[in-house]
Design a protein around this ligand. Structure first.
Ligand code: NDP
Ligand code: 8X3
Length: 252
């Protein structure tokens, strides 16, 4: 039985991954800050025998280390780590945004992902195999107004994924950066701080990606042969594309 660790499994992509991998007979390590949601998932997906839950804030380095160190023996050999926990906060221009929001995005999307990766890698190196799947974003490739630190944090995730692949050459460990576009999850409610109307507007009159689409992608990646490494994978809804570069005209 293989083991997958999914950070941010309490909603969205992470939860969909948890359900899909559980349905396919995997042992799960699920993380998030919302204990009740973790408990519910554990109950639904096979109980403590198959699902180990770790409730912690990924920005807390000591909490990350403790979670890994206290894994029950049967969960200790992790085959796949999905670095999914992350968030965007706000959409204000850089001269107006809250520095606290910027800190939180850096701490979560960059530092939290670093902590989990660094903690799991020695074990994978010793195993001579393993798979790190990072959830980046199209925002790391295609900056947009108000994206500022969120875009930059996802550009970090892309470059970090590429760079650790270079370190891991010959180790048998695979690394992929998945870069999804507009997907309907709790992401926009978090970004707009529970402003439901604004969050709904992101998905209005279009067809967004679903969390299931991303879970299916993660599952496909994990099912590819071990000699093959998909380095990056940008996925947009059919109804999303890049636009032209903007030009400011003073009389418009
Ligand atoms: P959701 O808000 O639905 O899920 C985010 C998950 O991250 C939750 O389980 C949340 O758990 C967890 N999380 C957030 N902050 C922390 C923290 N400090 N410590 C631990 N866990 C945390 O959003 P998505 O599923 O959409 O987002 C998943 C990833 O996908 C993110 O990295 C996001 O940036 C990325 N992404 C999303 C896109 C979209 O359009 N939806 C597109 C491209 C990328 P809890 O609150 O319980 O801690
Ligand atoms: C989420 C996609 O375009 O809202 O990463 O930044 S976007």
């Amino acid at each position: 039985m293989k083991t997958i660790m999914i950070t941010g499994a309490t909603s969205g992509f992470g939860e969909a991954c948890a359900r899909l991998f559980a349905d396919n007979g995997w042992r799960l390590i699920l993380t998030g800050r919302r204990q009740q949601r973790l408990d519910k998932l554990q109950q639904e997906l096979g109980g403590a025998e198959n699902v180990h839950c770790c409730c912690f804030d990924i920005t807390d380095r000591q909490a990350v280390e403790n979670a890994f160190q206290s894994l029950p023996e049967v969960f200790a050999d992790i085959d796949v780590l999905v670095n999914n926990a992350g968030l965007a906060l706000g959409l204000e221009p850089a001269y107006q945004t809250s520095l606290d929001d910027w800190d939180k995005m850096v701490d979560t999307n960059i530092k939290g992902l670093m902590y989990c990766t660094r903690t799991v890698l020695p074990m994978m190196k010793q195993q001579g195999k393993g798979y790190i799947i990072n959830i980046g974003s199209i925002a790391g490739n295609w900056p947009y107004p108000g994206g500022n630190v969120y875009c930059a944090s996802k550009a970090f995730v892309r470059q970090f994924s590429l760079a650790i692949r270079a370190d891991l050459l010959g180790s048998g460990i695979r690394v992929t950066n998945i870069e999804p576009g507009n997907a309907e999850t709790e992401f926009s409610m978090v970004r707009f701080k529970d402003d439901e109307q604004r969050a709904d507007g992101v998905y209005q009159d279009t067809v967004a990606l679903t969390a299931q689409d991303i879970a299916n992608t993660v599952f496909w990646l994990v099912s590819t042969p071990e000699h093959m490494n998909v380095t990056t994978m940008e996925i947009m809804p059919t109804q999303q594309a890049t636009g032209p570069l903007a030009i400011y005209r003073k009389n418009n």
